[in-house]
Design a protein around this ligand. Structure first.
Ligand code: PHE
Length: 340
């Protein structure tokens, strides 16, 4: 068997089923160092009378090798996609589940926005606090019931460290860092050791507001809160302030808004009074200003704290606070769907 016949038979019988085998084939028959290539450079050394015949045979063999190589390559390429994946491009696409924003976040953003438009800045602070920022700096007497184990979640039995029970901690933190004029709004999560019912939860959200400057009066507070109520619940909303008590404000008040469900006529939500309580407020007690390093003879101001869940329940007419913590997508999705 001549060398040409040998190479020819190797060519025809070479098994190519993978990309690696194809590369081996190329090395063996088509590369510069292949036996076949060697024959091509031998042509010039063959005696003249045999040269033409030999040359033709070697060239035919080379063309055949090239053709077989192309055949294998085309076949491998054609079969590659079906070998590697089972993608069905005709199948209907699965719809991607998009998340939606939680109604509490939406409400916090909305309230922050309302106050930012009149010059308030949003600030936040830690959920875990010390006694000074939750109670002492805020003028809570030593024996105040809010300090009680029954109301406050303490951390690791340390009487000094607790989960904040209100966002008024941010009043203290802000005034400790900054001299007036101060205008801040502080959203945050708060914790109280309460029985969970449709109206109360042990975790909820508050928003603290603080305004300190020279000559700030109770009338400034009332006008600011009226602006806020109208922005949130509509132009026709009315407010009323009832005298109240907080250790850190003097005088103190609770604010009601006209019920936006019955328009003030009286319904179950407003317990047929036409009014719904939404926040506590008052003029910051001079003791608190002094505790935080602000001269109470020069400066005065007001603070308010509102419950986010309560406002969300009122605005969206939902009647169970627990819905906000169960994270049932069917409930949560309705708020973004409402186009907000
Ligand atoms: N911190 C009070 C509460 O949690 C609310 C409040 C804030 C009242 C600021 C007056 C001024 O009930």
């Amino acid at each position: 068997m001549s060398i040409i016949e040998k190479i020819s038979s190797e060519l025809e019988n070479f098994n190519v089923n993978t990309a690696e085998a194809l590369e081996k084939f190329r090395m063996q028959f088509l590369s510069k160092k292949s036996e076949l290539q060697g024959l091509l450079s031998e042509i010039k050394n063959v005696p003249v009378e045999e040269r033409k015949n030999f040359g033709q045979q070697v060239n035919l063999l080379k063309q055949r090798a090239q053709a077989i190589f192309e055949e294998h390559r085309a076949r491998l390429e054609a079969s590659a996609p079906t070998q590697q994946s089972d993608i069905d491009v005709t199948r209907t696409a699965a719809t991607a589940e998009l998340g939606s924003r939680h109604p509490i976040s939406l409400m916090m953003d909305e309230v922050c926005g309302i106050f930012e438009r009149i010059g308030f800045t949003t600030v936040t602070g830690p959920d875990i606090e010390d006694d000074w920022h939750i109670f002492t700096a805020l003028n809570f007497p030593e024996e105040h019931p809010a300090r009680d184990m029954q109301d406050t979640f303490f951390v690791d039995q340390k009487p000094d460290i607790a989960l904040r029970t209100h966002t008024s901690t941010l009043q203290v933190r802000t005034m400790e860092k900054q001299q007036p004029p101060i205008r801040v709004i502080c959203p945050g999560r708060v914790f109280r050791n309460e029985v969970i019912t449709s109206r109360a939860h042990c975790i909820f959200h508050q928003m603290e507001g603080l305004y300190i400057d020279k000559n700030v009066s109770f009338a400034d507070m009332k006008q600011t809160l009226l602006y806020f109520a109208k922005q949130l619940f509509g132009e026709n909303t009315r407010i009323r302030l009832r005298p109240s008590y907080f250790p850190f404000t003097e005088p103190s008040a609770e604010m009601d808004v006209s019920c936006n469900i019955c328009g003030g006529e009286g319904c179950a939500l407003c317990k047929h009074t036409g009014w719904v309580e939404i926040l506590g407020c008052g003029m910051v007690d001079p003791n608190v200003l002094e505790n935080c390093g602000i001269d109470s003879k020069v400066y005065s101001g007001f603070a308010f704290g509102l419950g986010i869940e309560r406002m969300t329940m009122l605005k969206y007419k939902t009647n169970d606070i627990r819905l906000y913590f169960e994270n049932d997508a069917r409930f949560i999705q309705q708020f973004t769907a409402a186009g907000r």
